[in-house]
Design a protein around this ligand. Structure first.
Ligand code: ADE
Length: 357
């Protein structure tokens, strides 16, 4: 599997998300990646936990493509970061017995980036483009005939002497991933044969992810320990996988090596990951809205500036889980902390706010 390196070891993945948006790695430097995240990635549907509706649909699509001897339809996966969009693409590739080339839209800045990667594909291969909503117009227009007719339309020469050259491409499958399906242009969206939203994971599913990862990494964890980590993983397996490693460090250094419920909870308390899985940035966001803006509504730009974070990180990484957990609400006039958000921080709702709810 050819994968662009992604080495971040941070707990919540926020800086990692930032880094992905400004990748320094270009497609021509694609290389095999055996980082932690890729070593523990499941390779088949049975070891891929959760997203059962998606798995069932995919099994049928894959079997049908195999029986017909045809390449898979192009697919678009969307949803918050860390829910396994890249992972499921890897499972699809290994189940089809084909290679996958992984890149990200910001790395496809120049026409030759996308042309180069398309021309390097072999029949049946999968091209995975992360953050596909960030593809520029030129790259998008190169992709349209590539997706539809497996051809590359190239123009040579200038104005009156310009000629269009149609270069055939091997039949490939494009898998796009995005946290923002709404930002995809409709001509691009319409060219995907399947569009699926990935859901947050339940605590039980996350506990299974923790147990699976712990086994691969030779870490001892009890069922209750796995559930305790699952509870604080914000519905996100990528976070569960990071937390299990961090808690394992505490278990080895401060305890007897076994992660049970007490070790998990005490370690996560020290790491300042609370029982909802919120970290310092999430709590700072809630406190800011409550303390400085009377619980909101307040605009996202104001929040980002006050927290010295960029708007994208707040929108793509912090907010989806805070919204899903019902701690904040999005209104046309900005973000508001919900009564549940106040309760979570042990704060009482001011008189102005009481009137609003
Ligand atoms: N690691 C990350 N996502 C996973 C999943 N859905 N199942 C198993 N392991 C994972």
């Amino acid at each position: 599997m050819a994968i662009i390196s992604d080495n971040s070891d941070l707990l919540t993945g926020k800086s990692n998300e930032n880094r992905k948006k400004n990748p320094i790695i270009k497609p021509e430097t694609i290389e095999y990646d055996n980082t932690f995240e890729n070593n523990i990635r499941p390779k088949d549907f049975d070891s891929y936990i959760g997203q059962s509706a998606l798995k069932e649909t995919l099994k049928v699509i894959l079997e049908s493509a195999k029986k017909r001897g045809k390449p898979l339809d192009h697919m678009l996966f969307y949803g918050p970061p860390g829910l396994g969009k890249t992972t499921i693409a890897g499972v699809i590739a290994s189940q089809m017995g084909v290679d996958i080339k992984i890149t990200s839209a910001p790395a496809l800045e120049r026409p030759r980036d996308i042309i180069g990667i398309l021309m390097s594909l072999k029949g049946g291969e999968i091209l995975f483009i992360d953050e596909i909503h960030r593809l520029n117009k030129v790259a998008e227009e190169i992709l349209y005939p590539a997706m539809e007719d497996f051809t590359l339309d190239m123009t040579t020469g200038k104005s009156q002497t310009a000629k269009t050259l149609r270069v055939p491409l091997p039949k490939f499958t494009l898998i796009g991933a995005t946290t923002k399906a709404g930002e995809l242009s409709s001509p691009l969206r319409d060219r995907f044969g399947m569009i699926h939203r990935l859901e947050f994971y339940s605590v039980e599913e996350l506990a299974k992810v923790v147990q699976r990862t712990a086994k691969i990494l030779d870490i001892n964890v009890t069922e209750e320990g796995a559930v305790a980590i699952g509870k604080r993983s914000r519905g996100t397996p990528r976070i569960a996988n990071r937390l299990v490693k961090r808690v394992a460090d505490f278990a080895i250094v401060k305890y007897d090596g076994l992660i049970d419920e007490k070790v998990a909870n005490e370690s996560l308390d020290i790491l300042k990951i609370d029982e909802f899985g919120l970290d310092n940035t999430d709590r700072a966001l809630l406190n800011l809205i409550i303390d400085k803006y009377d619980g909101g509504p307040v605009g996202i730009e104001t929040i980002a500036a006050a927290l010295s974070e960029d708007v994208r990180t707040i929108e793509d990484v912090c907010e989806p889980y805070l919204l899903q957990a019902g701690l904040i609400q999005r209104t046309p006039r900005g973000r508001k902390v919900s009564p549940e958000g106040y309760r979570h921080l042990g704060k009482s709702i001011g008189s102005e706010q009481t009137k609003l709810f």
